[in-house]
Design a protein around this ligand. Structure first.
Ligand SMILES: [Zn+2]
Length: 89
């Protein structure tokens, strides 16, 4: 996993303005976290309590750094949830 910071990543900068941008930068872990937070796996984890697929996706992406990935994905889930609430969607 490339530890590129959000500041260096054009897709992360786009996401600061529009959390729902479909722009993801390959190799950027913050983008990976955002993509997973937006995924059907995350939806199942949040709405159905079925977290196994999301955990598997995080494990595939972050490997030994699972807890780092889990934290990042969770932060994006909260950001996206707040942004949806603000937009009424
Ligand atoms: Zn990024």
């Amino acid at each position: 996993m490339n530890h590129e910071t959000a500041i260096q990543c054009p897709s992360c900068r786009a996401a600061e303005v529009n959390q729902f941008t479909g722009s993801y930068h390959a190799g950027c872990e913050n983008c990976s976290a955002r993509m997973l937070a937006n995924s059907p796996q995350a939806w199942n984890a949040i709405h159905k309590g079925q977290a196994a697929q999301l955990q598997e996706a995080i494990r595939k992406t972050w490997g030994d750094e699972y807890n780092v990935g889990r934290q990042m994905v969770w932060e994006w889930i909260q950001k996206l949830t707040a942004a949806r609430a603000a937009k009424g969607i």
